[in-house]
Design a protein around this ligand. Structure first.
Ligand code: BGC
Length: 795
């Protein structure tokens, strides 16, 4: 134990007080022992340090910081060096502001396109997610601060995110939902990791020893600290026992008291608490920032721009891009003036500088004939705005139309209502199309949308949420100063109904059943042969690439790529591996490597993608470990998952795999949209837990506020109805009310965990008595526990 001596000088109370927050963002300092406070701040695509009052929803503005493109955007670069550069930028700004731990990157698997936080996550594929997350982590930590990958693990939905129980079979958990974290931990070596709000197979992630110790520490070699998501702590003592180190934010000393009591009563060993304290101190002292640190914000702006350039994806180009010099362009769309460049919630950066298209288009060699808003930002139809745009477009050779999702659609705490773009934007595209001026749509949103409107466009450039410097980045691509090289890190289905989790997502009440098993995203579309609008890994360039000469050997695969077009460009080549005669069920093939190569016209390069310990493995539930199955594997090199350019076979020695007896045929064909209870039970290997709320029993600490809809107390029902009315009014106005979203979905215990010690858990129990219909005894209990709480000794 590294800090044995220091710990031996601490009282029990001091030790306990270090392991839960002192304020919203900081831990407790112990001055007599020269232990400073640790400061933690969001977030994944830019620093969100709050100067005064804290909140975890992005309501109070943070200090100014660089807003880099969000992770969903940078994912399209398929370039961990770009992630590393962004990480260095965020890390530098964090260090300059005395932040020890940056709460990011976020790398939950995009199980369904409607998850409200997909814009913050990397991919539907764990290999890509893990490789890029490791880049962010290395970058952040190179500046002396700690990264904190999140949300570990299986945090796939926002609806009831603090109470939902992810019911996942072991193999899917290991191969899809943990593999990205495994790569991030092994290759990024983060000093911290954030446990997720949800339960995994019945246990809160933060109390799940199997996840936090057996896998994270013993198997992957993590030696940092585990911090709860904000308000995600449940049983503090159980969390510490299972491998968690720090509960955030402050609970007013309540949690520390519980730990002291547990030690005194022998419910937890002092030696184990010492171990957690030592591991915590190691992160604290390793990330101590001394001296003045300067930040070159304009250099960071450039990094943000370069990242956006590498990450934009050209989806369609019918001989319209790049624009010729002096092209007369009409700039249309509210987002050209008021950019959509990040999502809402805890990741919201108060950006240092923000470029809009209208600010910077004058620097480009195009003639702008004018600007028209074209549609109302929040989705109402507006014929006049549409007509103005059509009239403007008539004077131009090309209409550049900036479209995308509005703010309400990409927000922490709720799912998107649909995969559609708003009707008024589609109507605008149709009207412009009829006026026959060619259209280039520039799309801004952080997750897939249905694109039936694509037929109206001659070109579509997807900028995702491109950060504060996105405007120039995309204009550079439009005029050909930069050749697009981004490729999609997620699939674009024709319609939402096509998605494998369409019937299962989100889990509505107690549980979220991952019935689709391994068939998420392209794994599903490829195996079932279902067509998509744009496949995973797809992206166009202004040049062409030819693939040849595949050769496979025991350590990897090599092949040649040649730039056969007339301009320099970069190509992302992807390695997919399949095992057609496998005994265990598998997707047709899966991503196991990639490389991005830059080539001048006519230049060729030999590319080599090494195999690693993930290339052929599957998780064998019988031996409870990863194994390599014997057999002939298909080795495919693709320009996307659906555009395989080269393929060969490779024989690998390994074990003979066992199949799960009676496993439904659906898991072999991939047709998993309608898996029955029985079929899922066989995959899961146990009985399904109840999925719907038990309305007959009284509400408890871990039930969600949303459950007050059936509470015994009319007052509680009135409160929840009022909250829903507020929520819906905010949606109508187009401004998400994050507080209300959070309140509705949080559990009762969070009233104690998120009020900075204003209310104790006993007081929460008093509230619950009221909610359960016993008004007077509830008030009495509340009052009694409030008096006790007021008189407590604060640790
Ligand atoms: C989010 C985390 C975030 C934390 C602190 C939570 O609500 O889930 O991602 O880091 O708040 O803001």
């Amino acid at each position: 134990m590294k800090y044995k001596d220091l710990i031996s000088q601490m009282t029990l109370e001091e030790k306990a007080s270090l392991l839960s927050g002192d304020t919203f963002w900081t831990t407790k300092a112990i001055e007599r022992l020269n232990i400073p406070a640790m400061c933690l701040s969001d977030g994944p695509h830019g620093l969100r340090k709050q100067a005064e009052h804290g909140d975890h929803l992005g309501l109070v503005q943070g200090i100014k910081a660089t807003c880099f493109p969000t992770s969903a955007t940078v994912a399209n670069s398929w370039n961990s060096e770009v992630c590393e550069q962004i990480g260095r930028g965020i890390g530098r700004e964090a260090a300059a502001n005395q932040v020890n731990v940056v709460l990011g990157p976020g790398l939950n698997i995009k199980r369904n396109p409607l998850c409200g936080r997909n814009f913050e996550y990397i991919s539907e594929d764990p290999y890509l997610s893990g490789k890029l997350a490791a880049g962010y982590i290395r970058g952040i930590q190179s500046e002396g601060v700690s990264a904190c990958p999140k949300h570990f693990a299986a945090n796939s939905q926002e609806h009831l995110r603090m109470t939902n129980d992810a019911i996942i079979d072991e193999r899917t958990l290991r191969e899809l939902y943990l593999t990205g974290f495994e790569l991030a931990v092994r290759e990024g070596q983060p000093k911290a990791i954030m446990s997720s709000y949800n339960k995994i197979n019945g246990e809160y992630a933060n109390e799940n020893k199997k996840i936090l110790r057996d896998i994270l520490v013993d198997e992957w070699g993590f030696h940092g600290m585990v911090v709860t998501d904000w308000g995600g702590g449940n049983d503090f003592v159980a969390g510490i026992r299972s491998g968690s180190h720090l509960e955030m934010p402050a609970t007013g000393g309540d949690s520390a008291q519980q730990l002291v009591a547990a030690i005194k009563e022998g419910r937890i060993d002092t030696s184990l608490v010492d171990e957690r304290v030592s591991e915590f101190l190691e992160v604290l002292f390793d990330t101590r920032i001394t001296g003045e640190i300067s930040v070159d914000y304009s250099a960071h702006h450039n990094i943000a721009q370069k990242a956006a350039e590498e990450s934009a994806v050209l989806l369609k180009n019918e001989n319209i891009l790049p624009l010729k010099a002096n092209t007369k362009v009409a700039v249309i769309g509210a987002f050209a003036n008021k950019p959509r460049y990040q999502g809402a919630g805890s990741s919201l950066v108060n950006c240092y500088q923000l470029d809009s298209v209208l600010d910077v288009i004058g620097e480009y060699n195009v003639q702008m004939v004018g600007y028209a808003q074209g549609y109302s930002h929040i989705g109402q139809s507006n014929v006049k705005k549409c007509e103005e745009a059509v009239n403007l477009a008539k004077n131009a050779e090309v209409a550049l139309v900036y479209i995308g999702l509005d703010e309400i659609n990409e927000v922490e705490g709720s799912e998107r209502a649909s995969m559609k773009l708003s009707e008024n934007q589609i109507a605008l595209l149709e009207a412009l199309h009829q006026s026959s001026t060619p259209i280039v749509a520039i799309l801004h949103c952080g997750s897939p949308v249905e694109m039936s409107w694509e037929k109206y466009c001659d070109g579509v450039l997807h900028g995702y949420l491109a950060g504060q410097a996105g405007a120039r980045a995309l204009l550079n691509i439009l005029v050909g100063a930069v050749n697009p090289s981004g490729k999609l890190a997620e699939s674009y289905p024709f319609s939402y109904e096509d998605v494998s989790t369409y019937h299962y997502y989100p889990g509505k009440e107690y549980t979220s059943e991952y019935r689709e098993g391994l068939y998420v995203g392209y794994r599903y579309f490829l195996t079932t042969g279902k067509e998509v609008r744009y496949p995973f890994g797809f992206g166009l360039s202004y040049t062409e690439f030819q693939y040849s000469n595949i050769a496979v050997h025991d350590n990897g695969v090599t092949f040649t790529i040649k730039n056969t077009g007339s301009c320099a460009g970069s190509e992302i080549a992807q390695l997919y591996v399949g095992h057609p005669s496998s005994c265990v069920y598998r997707p047709k093939y899966e991503l196991k490597g990639f490389d991005k190569v830059s080539l001048e016209p006519e230049q060729s390069k030999e590319v080599s993608i090494p195999f690693d310990n993930l290339t052929f493995r599957f998780f064998d539930i019988f031996s409870n470990q990863f194994q390599v199955e014997e057999g002939a594997y298909e080795i495919r090199i693709g320009a996307s998952c659906a555009d395989i350019r080269l393929s060969t076979q490779h024989r690998v020695h390994g074990v003979v795999a066992n199949n799960i007896p009676e496993l439904s045929e659906k898991y072999f064909t991939g047709e998993v949209q309608a898996v029955t209870d029985d079929e899922f039970r066989v995959l899961l290997g146990r009985k399904l837990p109840p999925s719907t709320w038990d309305r007959s029993r009284p509400l408890e600490r871990n039930d969600s506020i949303a459950q007050m809809v059936y509470a015994k107390s009319w007052l509680a029902r009135l409160v929840i109805r009022t909250l829903y009315i507020k929520k819906n009014n905010a949606i109508k106005k187009g401004t998400p009310d994050l507080n209300v979203l959070f309140l509705i979905t949080m559990p009762f215990r969070a009233i104690g965990k998120m009020t900075n010690g204003a209310l104790s858990m006993e007081m929460v129990d008093g509230i619950l008595v009221i909610v359960n219909g016993h008004f007077f005894s509830g008030v009495k209990k509340l009052f009694k526990s409030w008096r006790k709480h007021r008189r407590r000794e604060i640790l």
